[in-house]
Ligand binder design. Structure first.
Ligand SMILES: [Zn+2]
Ligand SMILES: [Zn+2]
Ligand SMILES: [Zn+2]
Length: 253
């Protein structure tokens, strides 16, 4: 199994329109610093799944037949904006998502080829031989994380959460993911009500799963900027994800 990040940015991505910070400025010059909104593709045997659709041109990247399904974590725009173009297409594609009566704009009303299928928490389902367990997260909209298992490899994809519900934390403790892709939008010290983990919270969470590698995603320009000034702030088992980077789990015991 392997996972490729198509987008590792917070809403708006990096660079942000009009922002003059050092991170956004460098991302305009060197695309390797850019972060598109959340989106990843998982490949396991013959199965290819899309996780979130934050990248605007994502439909063009996967011709019919290349994806078995799309898994949507929640219906905030930065996670579903790539679906808006997709729905003008032809054919059929399953889109698994949390129960959310609103969805996003008129996606439910005019779904085109997208067949929305709503999931219940902790009810494991299979796409071919890939086993997927949706786990609830805490966010300003109904949000699911996805625990994905194939051939003994276990990867958790947890974005857009301000804490882990106790039942999700317990599930992860027992499930023992090899890798946790974790949404972490903010550096330490951001004031105000937050719907996302900041770095100290992400580090605290990582301590609860000592056998897991932690890969951060949903990263804002604030976090990138802070990490430039504090390059040694990440603990040993924690790394930053990057757009177009592939995590290969084939060598995982
Ligand atoms: Zn988001
Ligand atoms: Zn900026
Ligand atoms: Zn969100």
């Amino acid at each position: 199994m392997r996972l490729t990040f198509l987008g590792t940015g917070a809403a708006g991505g990096v660079p942000l329109w009009g922002c003059g910070c050092v991170v956004c400025a460098s991302a305009r010059i060197d695309v390797s610093y850019a972060r598109r909104p959340n989106c990843a593709v998982v490949e396991a045997g013959e199965v290819r799944l899309l996780l979130d659709a934050g990248v605007m041109d994502v439909a063009e990247r996967f011709p019919p037949g290349e994806l078995l399904a799309i898994l949507i974590t929640h219906f905030h725009t930065d996670h579903v904006q790539g679906l808006f173009h997709w729905r003008w297409g032809v054919g059929e594609l399953d889109v698994f998502a949390p129960h959310d009566a609103e969805g996003c704009a008129d996606l439910y009303k005019y779904p085109g080829p997208l067949r929305f299928r709503h999931l219940s928490k902790f009810e494991t389902f299979n796409v071919s031989d890939v086993h997927i367990t949706p786990v609830p997260l805490v966010h300003s909209k109904p949000t699911l994380g996805y625990c994905i298992e194939h051939d003994g490899i276990r990867v958790a994809y947890l974005t857009d959460s301000s804490e882990l519900p106790p039942a999700t934390a317990t599930f992860l403790t027992e499930w023992k993911p090899h890798t946790i892709c974790l949404g972490c939008a903010y550096p330490p010290g951001m004031e105000g009500r937050r719907n996302h983990f900041d770095l100290p919270e992400a580090i605290a969470l990582s301590n609860d799963y000592p056998s897991s590698r932690i890969v951060l995603m949903h990263i804002s320009h604030h976090l990138d900027e802070w990490l430039r000034a504090h390059p040694d702030a990440l603990p040993e088992r924690m790394v930053l994800g990057h757009d177009n980077e592939t995590l290969d789990f084939s060598g995982v015991p």
